[in-house]
Design a protein. Structure first.
Lengths: 224, 224
């Protein structure tokens, strides 16, 4: 039994869902939004926040919290395709870019994505246009860098899909719901995203909906 | 041959040095400060910043950049004592707390440590007291949490030294140089730090000096 506490539009939860999907691991999904965490989560460990994975498996009762702990655990302890390359130097590059994505998208999440989501949570609230502007600016910088990496390598960190790609796609997919990604400016990255999007692991994310907020027209379109 | 590009008071570089020390790996140290990076570093990979490790070993020429890539590489590919526990659930908890330290100390580094260091780099500059105050407040929160973890577990993430401890000690040691850690408020953490500090891997850090800035009286004192 595998259970995942997460919120559908949280990029960290999205990365874990992609990772579970790529590994072919079925799981029970339990909603835990940042503004209203599931009460189980704080009981799992001091200071725990979603995404949190609980698994009863051959190694016993496993609790893994946060993208780093969960994805490394799934990579080490479960079967299925590798999401880190096998050569040590290539693994290091994949982990560098995975870490780069998580640190680099913080400004995008804290400003752009959070603002869009809070606008949905509290519908009477005016959006903070300064935050939206700052988040959009941060996003453009990340897109340019990722586009260059994908143009050079095929995937973010090499010729093979890795956790760096899934982390980037998790972040981009969340802001793409709101139409915030200017795909035309980054043609190589757009082509890469079309490839990632068409993977079976991506389907559940493309089916996510926020009540009363329509996704951007191309959100779930594989041929956008 | 192992070469590390780093800056002595950067907590990320300190974690890598501790990790190399615990693994018993000798290395050539090359200075690369955040405000004046070594020209080699940007040539290692697009967007690369210190700490960066270059190693010629049995697996060929390895480049690993950033704490996550470097420490996981050293853990996977080199001999020496393990810095992550062997049981999958314990590994997950160590990685959660390692990630917690790196994310949680960002505010401390960006405000308190950077302000102290910039004060040293540009000596004519007035310190920004608002930043110092904000950083000190963030540090107190982190100290309280770490103290509770250490009181409960012995080490940060369990009964065994792990990368979570080394990451926390790397951050605390840098701000401790400037006397910013109120050890009296966190007796269990103080006892833990005395244990970590007395490890041979810690000696090089305790010998670091900033020209014309004396360390706090207890900085290098094992029995403080």
């Amino acid at each position: 039994m595998t259970r995942l506490y997460h919120w559908s539009f949280d990029p960290a939860g999205r990365l874990v869902r992609l990772c579970l999907g790529e590994k072919g691991i079925a799981f029970e999904s339990v909603d835990s939004a940042p503004w209203s965490p599931h009460p189980d989560v704080s009981r799992l460990a001091p200071g725990a926040v979603a995404p949190a994975l609980v698994q009863e498996g051959p190694a016993g009762h496993i609790i893994a919290i946060g993208t780093r702990a969960i994805c490394e655990y799934l990579e080490e302890a479960t079967d299925g395709d590798h999401l880190l390359p096998l050569h040590p130097g290539d693994r290091a590059e994949a982990r560098r870019l995975w870490a780069w994505v998580e640190a680099g998208f913080e400004q995008v999440t804290d400003n752009l994505l959070t603002e869009r989501v809070m606008q949905w949570v509290r519908r009477d609230r005016e959006p903070n246009s300064e935050k939206l502007r700052r988040g959009a600016h941060a996003l453009r910088g990340r897109l340019t860098f990722l586009n260059a990496m994908v143009e050079r390598n095929g995937f973010a960190a090499g010729r093979q899909l890795s956790l760096a790609d899934l982390a980037a796609a998790a972040h981009l997919s969340a802001v793409d719901y709101f139409g915030d990604v200017e795909w035309r400016a980054v043609p190589d990255l757009k082509e890469w995203y079309a490839r990632i999007k068409s993977r079976p692991s991506f389907r559940p994310l493309l089916a996510d909906r926020l009540e009363a907020v329509r996704p951007s027209p191309h959100y779930a379109n594989l041929d956008f």
